[in-house]
Write a protein that binds this ligand. Structure first.
Ligand code: FAD
Length: 392
């Protein structure tokens, strides 16, 4: 299937589904059913089995027709992490149940992985799931759970066997965020808002039908999620000058009074680095079209975090005193992380999280050194770092 054929399919679909006449959910559900949602997914699950690299062609056609999108910034965890995991490890029934409302944005997902004592060393997690007939009873505490306050479902890893080595005793579940015993409390962060939460799970009863993958295979399933997470955070398709560099380049062009020769040099270096990262991301997505993401996804996420920190810092310097003004420090629980339409101060502070979320930059540097560059491995200790255990 090529770009022209896809364009033809979108036009045919639009001829029968006027975006101006249909409500958002009806339109998006029909788009999913026509296989024009995530085109690389199988037929019947929102896709056409088409090359992933052609997704921007389809999205651009819909955007040009003024069609509503599925608010990808709001449902990033579902799209980028839960969906590829369900597709790969879920049963047919689970795929049919979860993927459509996930893609349309009718059901928001969050990720219950990190715990107070298990972040980089994720496999050390202590949340327990104990079998009780056809159910599992889950008890534990998760932390830094983005969008848990909006979520209908969560991807969850829990320990089902404490007597085997830590990676082998884990099982992966879909957690019903409306189940009795799930308590979500906001965690206010440096930006002022609480985009993430702590989640307390007290005797939460989950039917075995919500288990994803075999009992004890949770780590294998989680690896799919973690590798896709890197790509979702750092490897998204973007036109030239999208993202943080576009904001700063715009300010540079429109505010000549701010410029100094030294800053010109610094901005050009950042611009070139951002463009190189964008092109490397494009190459990564082409590799992805041929299979699952590998360790290279870590490099994309590493570069994204580093650049965002540097560019947002440059923006503050460029704007001087004006950059120190903060737009809004109200404690809120946002539905979308939208740094583009916030102040430079917000961008600077939010970029700090980029080097932590989805695996810290230190851990990613280790992965790149060992798995991509083939440098000698760091000596292992008994607190072997889980994020490093991703396949080549
Ligand atoms: C904005 C944001 C959103 C998040 N959203 C979610 C979410 O939705 N769901 C979820 O489950 N989690 C989420 N997280 C949590 C995130 O995945 C963890 O914070 C991250 O994995 C690091 O774990 P930790 O905080 O426990 O730090 P630790 O693992 O305790 O690390 C502390 C420091 O030690 C360094 N370090 C640790 N081990 C090594 C090593 N072997 N070599 C070198 N340095 C090392 C780390 O790089 C870091 O600087 C989010 C975090 C942020 C910032």
């Amino acid at each position: 299937m090529d770009a022209d054929e896809l364009r033809g399919r979108v036009r045919e679909f639009l001829a029968g589904h006027d975006p101006a006449a249909l409500d958002r959910s009806t339109f998006l559900r029909a788009r999913f059913d026509a296989g024009l949602a995530w085109i690389s997914f199988p037929v019947g699950l929102g896709g056409l089995g088409a090359p992933r690299a052609l997704q921007p062609v389809v999205d651009a056609e819909f955007a040009a027709a003024g069609a509503p999108d599925n608010q990808p910034l709001r449902i990033g965890i579902g799209l980028g992490m839960a969906a590829p995991t369900i597709l790969r490890h879920g049963t047919d029934e689970q795929r049919q149940r979860f993927l459509r409302p996930l893609w349309t944005g009718e059901e928001v997902w969050c990720q219950l992985f990190s715990e107070p004592g298990a972040g980089s060393d994720l496999a050390a997690l202590g949340t327990r799931a104990v079998r009780d007939g056809d159910d599992w009873i889950v008890t534990g505490q998760k932390v830094w759970t983005s969008m848990a306050h909006e979520a209908r479902w969560a991807i969850l890893i829990a320990r089902t066997d404490p007597d085997v080595p830590k990676h082998q005793g884990l099982t992966y579940f879909v957690c019903d965020m409306t189940a009795p015993g799930v308590e979500v409390r906001p965690l206010r962060q440096i930006t002022g808002e609480a985009e993430f939460n702590e989640v307390f799970l007290t005797d939460v009863r989950l039917p075995d039908a919500l288990r994803l993958g075999a009992v004890g295979d949770g780590w294998q399933v989680a690896r799919t999620t973690l590798m896709n997470e890197r790509v979702a955070i750092g490897g998204g398709a973007a036109p030239r000058e999208a993202g943080m560099i576009g904001v700063v380049a715009g300010e540079w062009r429109s505010r000549p009074e701010l410029r100094t020769p030294g800053q010109h040099d610094a901005l050009l270096r950042l611009w070139v680095a951002a463009e190189a990262a964008r092109l490397a991301g494009q190459r990564l997505r082409e590799q992805l079209a041929a299979g699952q993401p590998g360790a290279e996804g870590s490099a994309a996420k590493y570069a994204y975090a580093k650049l965002n920190a540097e560019i947002s810092g440059f923006e503050l310097e460029l704007l001087g005193e004006e950059g120190l003004r903060y737009d809004d420090y109200t404690m809120r629980r946002p539905s979308i992380v939208d740094w583009q339409h916030r102040s430079p101060g917000y961008r600077y502070l939010r970029a700090k999280g980029n080097s932590i979320e989805g695996g810290t930059s230190e851990i990613l540097a280790n992965i790149i050194a060992e798995r991509v560059l083939g440098l000698p491995a760091e000596p292992r200790t008994d607190t072997t770092v889980a994020w490093k255990d991703l396949p080549r």
